[in-house]
Write a protein that binds this ligand. Sequence first.
Ligand code: ZN
Length: 459
Amino acid sequence: MSTPPTVAALTDALRAGTTSAGEDLAVLGERLHARMAALYPLPRSLTGPGVRATLDLLEQGLDGVAAIERHEVPTGTRAHDWTITDEWALRRAWITDTTTGDVVVDTDVHTLHVVGYSVPVRTTLSRDELLPHLHTLPDRPDAVPYRTSYYHRTWGFCLTQRQLDGLGEGPFEVVVDADLGPGHMTYGEILLPATEPPPDGEEAGEVLLSAHLCHPSLANDNLSGLVLVTELVRLLAAVPRRHAYRVVLAPGTVGAVLWLSRNADVLPRIRHGLVLTGLGGPGALVYKRTRRGDRPIDAAVSHVVRRRGGEVRDYSPWGYDERQYNALGFDLPVGRLSRTPHNEYAEYHTSDDDLGHVTPAELTDALVALVEVVDVLEDDARPRNLAPYGEPQLGTRGIYPTTGGRAASDAVMAMLWTLAYADGETSLLDVAARADLDFAAIRTAAATLSGADLLDGLG
Ligand code: ZN
Protein backbone atom coordinates (compact mmCIF):
# COMPACT_ATOMS: atom_id res chain seq x y z
CA MET A 1 0.00 0.00 0.00
CA SER A 2 1.41 3.36 -0.91
CA THR A 3 0.06 6.68 0.26
CA PRO A 4 0.87 9.99 -1.36
CA PRO A 5 3.70 11.79 0.42
CA THR A 6 1.90 14.41 2.50
CA VAL A 7 2.35 15.79 5.99
CA ALA A 8 -0.84 13.92 6.93
CA ALA A 9 0.50 10.62 5.60
CA LEU A 10 3.85 11.24 7.28
CA THR A 11 2.09 11.97 10.57
CA ASP A 12 -0.07 8.85 10.33
CA ALA A 13 2.95 6.71 9.48
CA LEU A 14 4.99 8.06 12.39
CA ARG A 15 2.06 7.56 14.76
CA ALA A 16 1.97 3.95 13.56
CA GLY A 17 5.70 3.51 14.21
CA THR A 18 7.45 4.09 10.89
CA THR A 19 8.41 6.94 8.62
CA SER A 20 6.62 7.20 5.28
CA ALA A 21 9.85 5.88 3.76
CA GLY A 22 9.29 2.75 5.84
CA GLU A 23 12.04 3.28 8.42
CA ASP A 24 11.13 1.88 11.81
CA LEU A 25 10.98 4.50 14.57
CA ALA A 26 13.41 2.52 16.73
CA VAL A 27 15.96 2.59 13.90
CA LEU A 28 15.34 6.29 13.38
CA GLY A 29 15.89 6.89 17.11
CA GLU A 30 19.23 5.08 17.03
CA ARG A 31 20.25 7.14 14.02
CA LEU A 32 19.40 10.40 15.81
CA HIS A 33 21.24 9.28 18.91
CA ALA A 34 24.31 8.36 16.86
CA ARG A 35 24.25 11.84 15.33
CA MET A 36 24.18 13.32 18.83
CA ALA A 37 27.16 11.15 19.75
CA ALA A 38 29.12 12.47 16.77
CA LEU A 39 28.31 16.07 17.74
CA TYR A 40 28.94 15.58 21.44
CA PRO A 41 32.75 16.09 21.63
CA LEU A 42 32.91 19.17 19.38
CA PRO A 43 34.12 22.25 21.30
CA ARG A 44 31.05 24.43 20.77
CA SER A 45 30.90 27.89 22.27
CA LEU A 46 29.41 31.26 21.38
CA THR A 47 31.80 31.38 18.41
CA GLY A 48 34.64 29.42 16.90
CA PRO A 49 35.51 26.24 15.01
CA GLY A 50 33.28 24.02 17.16
CA VAL A 51 30.23 25.91 15.91
CA ARG A 52 31.32 25.56 12.30
CA ALA A 53 32.07 21.85 12.70
CA THR A 54 28.64 21.39 14.27
CA LEU A 55 26.94 22.97 11.26
CA ASP A 56 28.99 20.72 8.95
CA LEU A 57 27.87 17.57 10.77
CA LEU A 58 24.24 18.69 10.92
CA GLU A 59 24.29 19.34 7.20
CA GLN A 60 25.58 15.83 6.53
CA GLY A 61 22.51 14.55 8.38
CA LEU A 62 20.27 16.36 5.91
CA ASP A 63 21.27 13.91 3.15
CA GLY A 64 21.36 16.71 0.59
CA VAL A 65 17.66 17.60 0.86
CA ALA A 66 18.53 21.12 2.06
CA ALA A 67 21.61 23.22 2.66
CA ILE A 68 22.62 25.04 5.81
CA GLU A 69 23.51 28.58 4.85
CA ARG A 70 26.41 29.79 6.99
CA HIS A 71 26.56 33.39 8.11
CA GLU A 72 29.86 34.76 9.41
CA VAL A 73 29.35 38.11 11.16
CA PRO A 74 32.47 40.10 12.14
CA THR A 75 33.09 40.56 15.84
CA GLY A 76 32.36 44.10 16.93
CA THR A 77 29.15 44.17 14.86
CA ARG A 78 26.25 45.80 16.65
CA ALA A 79 22.99 43.88 16.94
CA HIS A 80 20.35 45.97 18.67
CA ASP A 81 21.66 46.37 22.25
CA TRP A 82 24.41 43.77 21.80
CA THR A 83 27.89 43.83 20.30
CA ILE A 84 29.35 40.64 18.85
CA THR A 85 32.17 39.70 21.17
CA ASP A 86 35.57 38.28 20.25
CA GLU A 87 35.87 34.88 18.64
CA TRP A 88 37.17 32.08 20.87
CA ALA A 89 39.00 29.14 19.35
CA LEU A 90 40.01 26.51 21.87
CA ARG A 91 42.62 23.96 20.90
CA ARG A 92 43.12 22.33 24.30
CA ALA A 93 43.28 23.28 27.96
CA TRP A 94 44.88 21.20 30.66
CA ILE A 95 46.45 21.18 34.12
CA THR A 96 49.54 19.11 34.89
CA ASP A 97 50.74 18.34 38.42
CA THR A 98 54.46 19.02 37.90
CA THR A 99 55.38 16.87 40.92
CA THR A 100 53.82 13.70 39.55
CA GLY A 101 53.76 14.63 35.86
CA ASP A 102 50.08 13.65 35.74
CA VAL A 103 47.66 15.62 33.55
CA VAL A 104 44.89 16.06 36.11
CA VAL A 105 42.31 18.02 34.07
CA ASP A 106 42.12 17.96 30.26
CA THR A 107 39.60 19.21 27.68
CA ASP A 108 40.63 16.32 25.45
CA VAL A 109 38.85 14.17 28.04
CA HIS A 110 35.77 16.42 28.33
CA THR A 111 35.05 19.77 26.71
CA LEU A 112 33.36 21.02 29.89
CA HIS A 113 36.71 21.04 31.73
CA VAL A 114 37.51 24.61 30.68
CA VAL A 115 35.45 27.71 31.45
CA GLY A 116 34.08 28.85 28.09
CA TYR A 117 35.89 31.93 26.76
CA SER A 118 38.90 31.45 29.05
CA VAL A 119 41.70 33.77 28.02
CA PRO A 120 44.87 32.03 26.80
CA VAL A 121 47.23 31.25 29.66
CA ARG A 122 50.44 29.24 30.09
CA THR A 123 51.90 29.43 33.58
CA THR A 124 52.88 27.48 36.65
CA LEU A 125 50.98 28.09 39.88
CA SER A 126 50.97 26.92 43.46
CA ARG A 127 47.93 25.01 44.64
CA ASP A 128 46.66 28.10 46.50
CA GLU A 129 47.07 30.25 43.39
CA LEU A 130 45.23 27.69 41.26
CA LEU A 131 42.26 27.02 43.55
CA PRO A 132 40.32 30.27 42.85
CA HIS A 133 40.23 29.27 39.16
CA LEU A 134 38.63 25.86 39.80
CA HIS A 135 34.86 25.21 39.73
CA THR A 136 33.14 22.12 41.11
CA LEU A 137 29.70 20.96 42.21
CA PRO A 138 30.03 19.83 45.84
CA ASP A 139 26.43 18.55 45.80
CA ARG A 140 27.05 16.44 42.73
CA PRO A 141 30.61 15.25 43.33
CA ASP A 142 31.00 13.14 40.16
CA ALA A 143 29.78 15.80 37.72
CA VAL A 144 31.71 18.54 35.93
CA PRO A 145 29.84 21.86 35.90
CA TYR A 146 29.31 23.95 32.74
CA ARG A 147 30.66 27.47 33.17
CA THR A 148 31.28 30.33 30.77
CA SER A 149 32.66 33.84 31.05
CA TYR A 150 31.78 35.47 27.73
CA TYR A 151 32.07 39.11 28.76
CA HIS A 152 34.34 39.13 31.83
CA ARG A 153 37.87 38.23 30.77
CA THR A 154 39.26 35.47 32.99
CA TRP A 155 40.24 31.81 32.79
CA GLY A 156 39.17 28.77 34.74
CA PHE A 157 38.71 25.04 34.84
CA CYS A 158 35.72 22.89 35.77
CA LEU A 159 36.21 19.52 37.39
CA THR A 160 34.44 17.06 39.61
CA GLN A 161 34.52 17.56 43.35
CA ARG A 162 36.24 14.15 43.57
CA GLN A 163 38.98 15.35 41.22
CA LEU A 164 39.46 18.41 43.40
CA ASP A 165 39.51 16.31 46.57
CA GLY A 166 42.23 14.16 45.04
CA LEU A 167 44.31 17.06 43.77
CA GLY A 168 47.97 16.91 44.81
CA GLU A 169 50.12 19.69 46.21
CA GLY A 170 51.49 20.93 42.89
CA PRO A 171 52.91 23.19 41.71
CA PHE A 172 50.70 22.98 38.61
CA GLU A 173 51.39 23.80 35.03
CA VAL A 174 48.25 25.45 33.62
CA VAL A 175 47.68 25.83 29.87
CA VAL A 176 44.72 27.27 28.01
CA ASP A 177 45.80 26.92 24.40
CA ALA A 178 43.23 29.13 22.67
CA ASP A 179 42.85 32.25 20.57
CA LEU A 180 40.54 34.99 21.78
CA GLY A 181 40.30 38.02 19.52
CA PRO A 182 38.73 39.53 16.43
CA GLY A 183 36.99 37.05 14.17
CA HIS A 184 33.40 36.09 13.47
CA MET A 185 30.21 34.83 15.03
CA THR A 186 28.78 31.95 13.01
CA TYR A 187 25.18 30.95 12.63
CA GLY A 188 23.35 28.67 10.25
CA GLU A 189 20.02 28.95 8.52
CA ILE A 190 17.92 26.49 6.54
CA LEU A 191 15.01 27.55 4.37
CA LEU A 192 12.52 25.03 3.01
CA PRO A 193 10.26 27.03 0.72
CA ALA A 194 6.51 26.50 0.56
CA THR A 195 5.39 24.32 -2.34
CA GLU A 196 1.63 24.92 -2.16
CA PRO A 197 -0.69 27.91 -1.78
CA PRO A 198 -1.14 29.01 1.85
CA PRO A 199 -4.07 27.75 3.98
CA ASP A 200 -7.40 29.47 3.27
CA GLY A 201 -7.58 33.01 4.53
CA GLU A 202 -3.84 33.25 5.24
CA GLU A 203 -1.12 35.06 3.42
CA ALA A 204 1.91 33.03 2.48
CA GLY A 205 4.10 32.76 5.53
CA GLU A 206 6.86 31.00 7.34
CA VAL A 207 7.28 28.74 10.34
CA LEU A 208 10.38 29.66 12.36
CA LEU A 209 12.20 26.86 14.16
CA SER A 210 15.13 27.86 16.34
CA ALA A 211 17.74 25.87 18.25
CA HIS A 212 20.84 27.15 20.02
CA LEU A 213 24.21 25.64 19.16
CA CYS A 214 26.59 27.24 21.66
CA HIS A 215 26.87 24.59 24.37
CA PRO A 216 29.79 22.13 24.34
CA SER A 217 29.25 18.51 25.45
CA LEU A 218 25.68 18.79 26.76
CA ALA A 219 23.36 16.27 25.15
CA ASN A 220 19.88 17.33 26.16
CA ASP A 221 20.42 21.07 26.52
CA ASN A 222 21.86 21.41 23.10
CA LEU A 223 22.17 18.41 20.86
CA SER A 224 18.60 17.12 21.20
CA GLY A 225 17.18 20.29 19.65
CA LEU A 226 19.80 20.39 16.90
CA VAL A 227 19.37 16.79 15.72
CA LEU A 228 15.58 16.94 15.95
CA VAL A 229 15.15 20.16 14.03
CA THR A 230 17.42 18.96 11.22
CA GLU A 231 15.64 15.60 11.08
CA LEU A 232 12.33 17.45 10.87
CA VAL A 233 13.69 19.36 7.87
CA ARG A 234 14.73 16.08 6.24
CA LEU A 235 11.22 14.69 6.65
CA LEU A 236 9.40 17.87 5.59
CA ALA A 237 11.55 18.29 2.48
CA ALA A 238 9.82 15.21 1.06
CA VAL A 239 6.22 16.46 1.42
CA PRO A 240 4.16 19.34 -0.02
CA ARG A 241 4.15 22.38 2.28
CA ARG A 242 1.78 25.34 2.58
CA HIS A 243 4.25 27.21 4.78
CA ALA A 244 7.93 27.84 4.31
CA TYR A 245 10.05 26.44 7.13
CA ARG A 246 12.99 28.52 8.31
CA VAL A 247 15.45 27.03 10.78
CA VAL A 248 17.83 29.25 12.74
CA LEU A 249 20.81 27.50 14.32
CA ALA A 250 22.52 30.22 16.30
CA PRO A 251 24.34 30.75 19.58
CA GLY A 252 21.95 31.48 22.43
CA THR A 253 20.72 35.00 23.21
CA VAL A 254 23.22 37.14 21.27
CA GLY A 255 22.96 34.85 18.24
CA ALA A 256 19.17 35.11 18.20
CA VAL A 257 19.33 38.89 18.62
CA LEU A 258 21.89 39.00 15.80
CA TRP A 259 19.62 36.98 13.50
CA LEU A 260 16.66 39.21 14.40
CA SER A 261 18.71 42.33 13.70
CA ARG A 262 19.62 41.12 10.22
CA ASN A 263 16.20 39.82 9.13
CA ALA A 264 13.78 42.68 9.61
CA ASP A 265 12.34 41.88 6.17
CA VAL A 266 11.64 38.26 7.15
CA LEU A 267 9.91 38.93 10.46
CA PRO A 268 6.52 40.02 9.03
CA ARG A 269 6.29 36.67 7.23
CA ILE A 270 6.62 34.55 10.38
CA ARG A 271 3.21 33.05 11.19
CA HIS A 272 4.27 30.48 13.76
CA GLY A 273 7.48 29.62 15.59
CA LEU A 274 9.06 27.27 18.09
CA VAL A 275 12.27 27.24 20.05
CA LEU A 276 13.41 23.63 20.36
CA THR A 277 15.64 22.51 23.22
CA GLY A 278 15.85 19.88 25.91
CA LEU A 279 13.72 17.40 23.96
CA GLY A 280 15.38 14.34 25.50
CA GLY A 281 15.71 13.13 29.04
CA PRO A 282 12.95 11.72 31.21
CA GLY A 283 9.71 13.61 31.68
CA ALA A 284 6.75 14.46 29.49
CA LEU A 285 6.77 17.24 26.92
CA VAL A 286 6.38 20.79 28.23
CA TYR A 287 5.14 23.62 26.03
CA LYS A 288 5.82 27.21 26.98
CA ARG A 289 3.32 29.57 25.41
CA THR A 290 4.16 32.69 23.45
CA ARG A 291 4.15 35.97 25.35
CA ARG A 292 0.60 36.76 24.22
CA GLY A 293 -0.45 33.16 24.78
CA ASP A 294 -3.29 33.13 22.25
CA ARG A 295 -1.50 32.58 18.96
CA PRO A 296 -2.34 29.71 16.61
CA ILE A 297 0.97 28.04 17.52
CA ASP A 298 -0.17 28.04 21.16
CA ALA A 299 -3.37 26.19 20.26
CA ALA A 300 -1.57 23.74 17.96
CA VAL A 301 1.23 22.76 20.34
CA SER A 302 -0.95 22.79 23.44
CA HIS A 303 -3.27 20.28 21.79
CA VAL A 304 -0.45 17.94 20.75
CA VAL A 305 1.39 18.17 24.07
CA ARG A 306 -1.72 17.64 26.19
CA ARG A 307 -2.86 14.70 24.08
CA ARG A 308 0.58 13.16 24.72
CA GLY A 309 0.29 13.62 28.48
CA GLY A 310 2.47 16.71 28.62
CA GLU A 311 2.16 20.07 30.27
CA VAL A 312 1.44 23.59 29.02
CA ARG A 313 2.86 26.60 30.80
CA ASP A 314 2.51 30.34 30.46
CA TYR A 315 5.21 32.59 29.10
CA SER A 316 7.90 34.02 31.33
CA PRO A 317 10.80 36.25 30.30
CA TRP A 318 13.38 33.66 31.35
CA GLY A 319 14.56 30.67 29.39
CA TYR A 320 15.97 30.26 25.90
CA ASP A 321 15.65 32.32 22.75
CA GLU A 322 11.87 32.59 22.95
CA ARG A 323 12.78 35.61 25.12
CA GLN A 324 14.32 37.33 22.11
CA TYR A 325 11.66 36.38 19.54
CA ASN A 326 8.84 37.44 21.88
CA ALA A 327 10.51 40.72 22.92
CA LEU A 328 8.12 43.65 22.53
CA GLY A 329 9.94 45.08 19.53
CA PHE A 330 9.46 41.83 17.57
CA ASP A 331 6.42 40.24 19.25
CA LEU A 332 6.76 37.07 17.20
CA PRO A 333 4.45 34.09 17.82
CA VAL A 334 7.22 31.78 19.05
CA GLY A 335 6.65 29.24 21.80
CA ARG A 336 9.09 26.72 23.21
CA LEU A 337 8.93 22.95 23.21
CA SER A 338 11.05 20.88 25.58
CA ARG A 339 10.70 18.12 28.09
CA THR A 340 11.62 18.87 31.70
CA PRO A 341 12.70 22.50 31.34
CA HIS A 342 16.19 23.80 32.06
CA ASN A 343 17.10 24.14 35.74
CA GLU A 344 14.42 21.61 36.73
CA TYR A 345 16.53 18.48 36.24
CA ALA A 346 19.61 17.68 38.29
CA GLU A 347 21.80 16.94 35.26
CA TYR A 348 21.19 20.39 33.76
CA HIS A 349 24.41 22.22 32.81
CA THR A 350 26.62 19.42 34.11
CA SER A 351 28.56 16.57 32.54
CA ASP A 352 25.69 14.30 33.58
CA ASP A 353 23.65 15.79 30.71
CA ASP A 354 25.45 13.22 28.59
CA LEU A 355 24.54 10.76 25.87
CA GLY A 356 23.12 8.37 28.48
CA HIS A 357 20.73 11.06 29.71
CA VAL A 358 18.90 11.13 26.37
CA THR A 359 17.41 7.96 24.90
CA PRO A 360 16.56 7.23 21.25
CA ALA A 361 12.91 6.68 22.25
CA GLU A 362 12.70 10.15 23.81
CA LEU A 363 14.07 11.68 20.63
CA THR A 364 11.59 9.92 18.36
CA ASP A 365 8.71 10.70 20.71
CA ALA A 366 9.58 14.39 20.44
CA LEU A 367 10.00 14.11 16.67
CA VAL A 368 6.53 12.58 16.28
CA ALA A 369 5.10 15.38 18.43
CA LEU A 370 6.81 17.96 16.22
CA VAL A 371 5.40 16.39 13.07
CA GLU A 372 1.96 16.34 14.70
CA VAL A 373 2.32 20.08 15.31
CA VAL A 374 3.29 20.62 11.67
CA ASP A 375 0.27 18.51 10.67
CA VAL A 376 -1.98 20.96 12.55
CA LEU A 377 -0.26 24.00 11.01
CA GLU A 378 -0.49 22.53 7.52
CA ASP A 379 -3.82 20.73 7.59
CA ASP A 380 -6.13 22.58 9.94
CA ALA A 381 -9.16 23.98 8.15
CA ARG A 382 -12.67 25.30 8.76
CA PRO A 383 -14.77 22.98 6.62
CA ARG A 384 -18.50 23.09 6.02
CA ASN A 385 -20.98 20.23 6.38
CA LEU A 386 -22.75 19.78 3.02
CA ALA A 387 -25.52 17.57 4.47
CA PRO A 388 -26.49 19.40 7.65
CA TYR A 389 -30.15 18.32 7.79
CA GLY A 390 -29.86 15.46 10.22
CA GLU A 391 -27.18 12.83 10.35
CA PRO A 392 -26.22 11.75 6.83
CA GLN A 393 -26.24 8.07 6.02
CA LEU A 394 -22.64 7.06 6.25
CA GLY A 395 -23.41 3.42 5.42
CA THR A 396 -24.85 4.09 1.98
CA ARG A 397 -21.72 6.07 1.18
CA GLY A 398 -19.51 3.19 2.22
CA ILE A 399 -17.78 5.06 5.00
CA TYR A 400 -19.47 3.43 7.99
CA PRO A 401 -17.40 0.46 9.15
CA THR A 402 -19.56 -2.60 8.53
CA THR A 403 -17.82 -4.61 11.21
CA GLY A 404 -18.97 -2.25 13.94
CA GLY A 405 -20.79 -3.47 16.98
CA ARG A 406 -22.22 -1.89 20.05
CA ALA A 407 -20.25 1.30 20.51
CA ALA A 408 -19.36 3.68 17.73
CA SER A 409 -15.70 3.41 16.90
CA ASP A 410 -13.33 6.35 17.29
CA ALA A 411 -13.32 6.69 13.52
CA VAL A 412 -17.10 7.00 13.38
CA MET A 413 -17.18 9.33 16.36
CA ALA A 414 -14.55 11.50 14.70
CA MET A 415 -16.80 11.79 11.63
CA LEU A 416 -19.88 12.57 13.73
CA TRP A 417 -18.03 15.24 15.73
CA THR A 418 -16.72 16.78 12.54
CA LEU A 419 -20.18 16.88 10.94
CA ALA A 420 -21.65 18.31 14.14
CA TYR A 421 -19.36 21.35 14.12
CA ALA A 422 -18.35 21.84 10.49
CA ASP A 423 -20.10 25.20 10.13
CA GLY A 424 -17.37 26.86 8.11
CA GLU A 425 -16.10 28.72 11.18
CA THR A 426 -15.00 26.01 13.57
CA SER A 427 -11.54 24.63 12.99
CA LEU A 428 -10.70 20.95 12.93
CA LEU A 429 -8.43 21.64 15.89
CA ASP A 430 -11.43 22.98 17.83
CA VAL A 431 -13.43 19.90 16.86
CA ALA A 432 -10.61 17.68 18.10
CA ALA A 433 -10.61 19.48 21.45
CA ARG A 434 -14.39 19.15 21.83
CA ALA A 435 -14.34 15.53 20.77
CA ASP A 436 -11.40 14.72 23.08
CA LEU A 437 -9.69 13.10 20.10
CA ASP A 438 -6.31 13.62 18.44
CA PHE A 439 -6.18 16.17 15.64
CA ALA A 440 -4.99 13.41 13.32
CA ALA A 441 -8.20 11.46 13.96
CA ILE A 442 -10.37 14.47 13.12
CA ARG A 443 -8.23 15.33 10.11
CA THR A 444 -8.65 11.76 8.82
CA ALA A 445 -12.40 11.88 9.44
CA ALA A 446 -12.70 15.18 7.60
CA ALA A 447 -10.80 13.77 4.62
CA THR A 448 -13.09 10.74 4.54
CA LEU A 449 -16.20 12.95 4.69
CA SER A 450 -14.80 15.21 2.01
CA GLY A 451 -14.17 12.18 -0.19
CA ALA A 452 -17.84 11.25 0.24
CA ASP A 453 -18.92 14.79 -0.72
CA LEU A 454 -20.27 15.47 2.76
CA LEU A 455 -17.81 18.24 3.54
CA ASP A 456 -16.04 21.01 1.70
CA GLY A 457 -13.48 23.63 2.59
CA LEU A 458 -10.54 21.42 3.45
CA GLY A 459 -8.36 23.81 1.50
ZN1 ZN B 1 21.87 25.84 28.58
